[in-house]
Design a protein around this ligand. Structure first.
Ligand code: MOS
Length: 732
């Protein structure tokens, strides 16, 4: 189905099942430990051996020799695959670094060998007996140093968003020079780790020249193609299966060393092999969100109208890596006739930087929304009013392009009212609650709404059961549930009549889970398949499909009513389709909006910072399931609080690695750290987004929340820190 005009009335609009706060179908399996994660799938292949990945102990250079004799003699060892005996393998989708093969080391903890044994403990013990000789090279590890002279990222042709080079509208420098009120500040954000609960893990088994990988991956379609390329086998000989994913946050968008090494070792040993990356390997062997150095300049008239806005960002990466696109929201969030956004990309020999939840906008809004708070203070304006004054209903880079839906102002006003913003003391450092300095802060939230082609297959069985199959993943987001809700609504059955099967590359290719595009895109694919199934049902029953009504487990036409299952009495009916998005998303800018409000307490003596309460108001199209959407947003708010207060990979700039590579040294907040979180969704539908009229919310929750925390800390203390996270040493 091609989606190339705004969605009209359709069965989803009944909202009998869609839009309800249904409990997550997978929730009971996950909370009772009965949802098998990749590493725990003991039943999929007999005789599984354990692989332990050895990471390089230099950050750059060459492997001269790998001595495996002692390790091979160790108890239980079955074999060792080393990078020297493997040719450098192709890279998969979005891989900036090579994952295995050859003698070149691009970053610390790059995999150099996998040791396979009968037990995990034997494999680990033997791995310590492997001696590796290196010839190290000097590397570049310090962003602050390499940022000087970093080359600009080439500009794009300027469709207003998406590309991220230097883009200009009007005369920024001229307008900034003439503006009566100006701000020009520099900010830094830290390298961050995904720190998902479930590490990267894969079991691989070969059957002749066919390989199956039971793995943990967000994007099965990408992973499927990537593994075929990396392993040099035809796609039809590779199967990926990833029904449960214990968190990804972008770290599992692509194939990593666990999958590649499990497949290579299983092939070498002719036996199934399972490989999990240990927690320390996750920081340095996989990807992270790159640190940034950002500069924001804003010029405004005395009444608070922005006349000039510039946002520049420098980040670093391996030579084939991408920049952190921290300026992207600044192209679209506020009006202003004269604009500049630009990025520079420094060469760093640290582990690969890549997507982490709301890449670009999360660290970009951390900075822009603090700058907006600073600017409001300079103007003597309320920060909510300053943002409302500079709202825009069109793409500021291309005024002919409207937003499909944009109610940032609605979010700001309802948020301010609900939170009690009017009672806030705008003068910092004035409010005390015993030991605590109390502060209130807010920020706007913004994240683009991408739409991706997505396919599904739907089957009706004689007992009336509807089974949906798609390679879509559920990374803890609720995909199983909203897909079941979609199929139930379309086929007129209750949720318990729907079975959803996900994450298998044998199923139709979906959007996958990333970039907050998964919920809207994948359910739209299920919608398309259900439209076809409805036609097949009507045809089989000899009903004109225009007249058929699917409701209460029946198909009705005129005064005829037939149980749905009867259509499949002579044999199951199956339909498959893929939703493909035309250029609607180019004609109109599709984005999601929100407002975050935060209250913090800062200990007057120790500067310990505690978030006391948070509120988010979101405008993100139709909300398919308010319960799972709320969970996404409050999770994002916790993660954004981490970015503001705690999360920082500490770079050893001499030896080139992240030193705090476990959850003891890399601290993340949890829900229990924040006693009160509230989320309000504006009642909205976006007919431009898909037949579902929905948009993403998962990443919206993390966007801007860190700035709201930082602005609240400033309001509490009167100390403006521009170097994130706001660890307490910066306040003493
Ligand atoms: Mo997201 S960073 O696209 O998983």
């Amino acid at each position: 189905m091609k989606f190339d005009q705004p969605a009209g009335q359709n069965p989803i609009d009944q909202l009998k099942v869609v839009g309800k706060p249904t409990d997550r179908i997978d929730g009971k399996y996950k909370t009772t430990g009965t949802a098998p994660y990749a590493y725990e799938r003991h039943d999929v292949a007999a005789n599984q051996a354990y692989g332990y990945v050895l990471g390089a102990s230099i950050a750059k250079g060459r492997v001269r020799a790998i001595h495996t004799e002692d390790a091979k003699r160790a108890p239980g060892v079955l074999g060792i695959v080393t990078t020297l005996e493997t040719p450098r393998l192709e890279r998969g989708m979005m891989n900036a670094a090579y994952l295995f093969g050859g003698d070149q080391i691009q970053h610390y903890h790059q995999a150099v060998a996998v040791v396979v044994a009968e037990t995990f403990e034997q494999a680990r013990a033997a791995a310590f007996l492997v001696a590796v000789d290196y010839t190290p090279d000097a590397g570049k590890f310090d962003l602050a140093v390499e940022a000087k002279g970093a080359p600009p990222v080439p500009g794009d042709s300027g469709e207003g968003s998406g590309g991220d080079g230097e883009e200009r509208v009007g005369d920024f420098e001229g307008a900034f020079a003439q503006a009566p009120v100006t701000l020009d500040e520099r900010y830094t954000t830290a390298d961050e780790s995904h720190a998902m609960m479930e590490p990267h893990a894969t079991i691989a088994a070969w059957d002749g020249d066919k390989v199956t990988l039971w793995t943990s991956n967000q994007m099965i379609g990408w992973g499927h193609g990537s593994l075929a390329k990396i392993l040099g086998v035809p796609k039809e000989n590779v199967r990926l299966d990833s029904p449960y994913v214990g968190g990804g946050f972008g770290g599992k968008l692509f194939v990593r060393a666990d999958a590649v090494l499990a497949a290579l070792a299983a092939k070498a040993l002719k036996r199934p092999v399972k490989v999990a990356l240990t927690r320390p390997l996750i920081a340095n062997n996989t990807t992270h969100r790159p640190a940034t150095i950002q500069r924001v300049r804003i010029g405004a008239t005395k009444d608070g109208t922005i006349t000039a806005i510039a946002h520049e960002s420098t980040s670093g990466n391996l030579p084939d890596g991408d920049p952190e696109t921290a300026v992207s929201q600044t192209k679209l969030l506020y009006a202003g006739a004269n604009r500049l956004t630009a990025m520079k990309l420094a060469h760093l020999d640290l582990p690969e930087g890549n997507a982490m939840r709301a890449p670009g906008e999360a660290p970009g809004l951390m900075v822009l929304e603090v700058a907006m708070d600073e600017m409001a203070e300079k103007l003597g304006m309320d920060p909510v009013e300053f943002r409302i004054r500079n709202d825009t209903q069109v793409d500021p880079q291309d005024p002919k392009r409207p937003f499909s839906k944009r109610d940032l102002v609605g979010c700001l006003r309802l948020g301010a009212e609900t939170f009690g913003w009017a009672k806030r003391n705008p003068r910092p450092g004035q409010v005390r609650d015993g030991q605590w300095l109390v502060g209130h802060g807010m920020a706007a939230a913004f994240r683009n709404n991408m739409v991706l082609k997505s396919g599904a297959r739907v089957r009706l069985d004689g007992d009336g059961t509807v089974t949906v199959e798609t390679d879509m993943t559920d990374i803890g987001t609720g995909s199983y549930t909203i897909i079941a809700q979609t199929a139930a609504e379309m086929m007129g059955v209750t949720l318990d009549r729907v079975v959803v099967r996900l994450g298998d590359s044998a199923f139709p290719v979906s959007s996958g889970s990333g970039g907050q595009f998964g919920a809207n895109s994948s359910t739209a694919g299920v919608y398309a398949a259900c439209v076809k199934l409805r036609e097949a049902v009507a045809q089989r029953l000899g009903i004109n499909s225009e007249d058929a009504v699917f409701a209460d487990g029946q198909v009705r036409a005129g005064n005829r009513a037939v149980p749905l299952g009867e259509a499949a009495a002579q044999g199951a009916l199956s339909a498959e389709d893929t939703i493909e998005f035309g250029d609607l998303s180019k004609k109109q800018q599709q984005s999601t909006f929100g407002a975050h409000f935060v209250e913090v307490g800062v200990d007057a003596d120790t500067a310990e910072i505690r978030v006391r309460r948070m509120l988010a108001v979101c405008a993100a199209g139709r909300i398919l399931n308010p319960k799972s959407a709320r969970s996404q947003v409050i999770g994002g708010m916790v993660m954004g609080t981490g970015a503001a207060l705690m999360e920082e990979l500490a770079v050893d700039t001499k030896r080139g690695f992240f030193a705090n590579h476990d959850l003891a040294g890399y601290e993340v907040p949890v829900h229990a750290d924040i006693p009160h979180q509230e989320v309000i969704f504006l009642d909205e539908v976006d007919p431009m987004s898909s037949p579902m009229k929905a948009k993403g919310v998962g990443e919206l929750g993390i966007c801007g929340v860190g700035a709201a925390v930082a602005n609240a800390v400033y309001n509490a203390t009167g100390i403006r820190v521009r170097d994130y996270p706001l660890t307490l040493d910066k306040f003493l």
